[in-house]
Design a protein around this ligand. Structure first.
Ligand SMILES: [Zn+2]
Length: 354
């Protein structure tokens, strides 16, 4: 049995491989603190049960590991959950098997997504910036309007679930060609910290400060410099920065929002009302139950878009890594949540008063 991490998103330090147990830990590359992201591939595992034991604190979600045979399509292996430092997997002779902390979303996922959406009218992509690591940071645009709506993800690279939320919102506006499509110009940035995404880094509290604390007078990241330039002349009605919260438990198991003070922000209040209403309908898998907190940092992207750019509405949304359902979130659940966010935006900006 062999374990590798030399692929996009890979992350683990392997301590020991025994006959039926692997001792390992998450690699804390890209953070100055303890964090919990890991993602590895097992090759030529023997037929039978193998136990995976994590040596650096609790990093196995309540739904066990996410797992995949191809690195593209991932599901939760909840049956394998032993406790928050161990999971088991019964191998049946397969050549390769991937495991991760949550549902990964790499540049290859984005390319598959873009192949699906590029057939819709006005959809285009360009390069917003080139990262420190030489990677092109894509931006996707569509819509016929003049005012602007932004969806952004991965200021913290390990928060992969956020990217599926963005996909869901984009599918919603494109497949329904809603009024928003006619009245707005969309700007979708799937990966801020694209290097961290591909290198399998943690990204939260990256030293000297992470990408979501770079909205300062002299930013250090190429991305932030490029977005300052890009938004210079734009009138932004809606900015949504998509994140994941801490790993799990209590308020980490429900979606939540962060924003700057909402006094004199009637549209923001309306948006929160609408997303509560829409997401708590019986067929919604991911329900927003009112957890809104004021973000203190003006150096975050949400703070910058809100306080400096004076966006009409600006939020950070935190979507749990694994979920509070009977089973872990599926990509479909996350797409639906993204679509619901979009419906709430539409109701707020276009037809709320009807
Ligand atoms: Zn984050």
């Amino acid at each position: 049995m062999k374990i590798v991490t030399d692929y996009p998103g890979g992350n683990a330090i392997i301590h020991e491989i025994k006959d039926n147990e692997v001792l390992l830990e998450q690699d804390l590359k890209g953070t100055s603190k303890w964090w919990f992201y890991w993602n590895f591939k097992v090759i030529d595992a023997p037929v039978g049960k193998v136990r995976f034991t994590f040596l650096n604190d609790e990093v196995v979600s309540p739904f066990g590991p996410a797992t995949s045979t191809d690195g593209v399509n991932w599901t939760w292996h909840t049956d394998g959950f032993v406790d928050h430092t161990h999971f088991d997997f019964e191998f049946t002779g397969e050549k390769e098997r991937y495991f991760s902390f949550s549902l990964p979303y790499q540049v290859s996922h984005f390319e598959l997504f873009f192949d699906k959406i590029k057939v819709y009218p006005t959809v285009s992509r360009s390069v917003l910036a080139v990262s420190e690591g030489g990677r092109e940071i894509p931006i996707v645009n569509f819509g016929n309007g003049k005012k602007d709506i932004f969806f952004v993800a991965r200021h913290h690279c390990c928060e992969s679930v956020a990217s599926y939320v963005v996909e869901g919102a984009v599918y919603e506006v494109l497949t329904n060609q809603t009024e928003l499509f006619e009245n707005y110009r969309f700007h979708v940035i799937p990966f801020v910290d694209i290097d961290g995404v591909e290198l399998g880094e943690q990204g939260k509290d990256r030293p000297p400060h992470d990408h979501n604390r770079d909205y300062i007078e002299k930013p250090i990241y190429n991305y932030t410099k490029a977005i300052y330039e890009y938004i210079k002349d734009k009138e932004i009605d809606f900015y949504l920065d998509c994140h994941c919260p801490l790993k799990w438990g209590r308020r980490q198991d429900e979606p939540s929002f962060y924003c700057r003070p909402l006094d004199n922000k009637p549209e923001s209040q309306k948006f929160l009302e609408y997303i509560t209403e829409i997401s708590t309908l019986p067929d919604s898998a991911i329900k927003f139950k009112g957890d809104v907190r004021q973000s203190s940092s003006v150096q975050s992207s949400n703070g910058y878009f809100s306080d400096v750019k004076k966006a009409k509405i600006s939020f950070t949304v935190e979507t749990p890594y694994s979920g509070n359902l009977e089973q872990g979130y599926t990509v479909e659940n996350l797409h639906q949540w993204g679509a619901n966010l979009l419906k709430a935006i539409e109701k707020t900006l276009v037809n709320g008063e009807n």
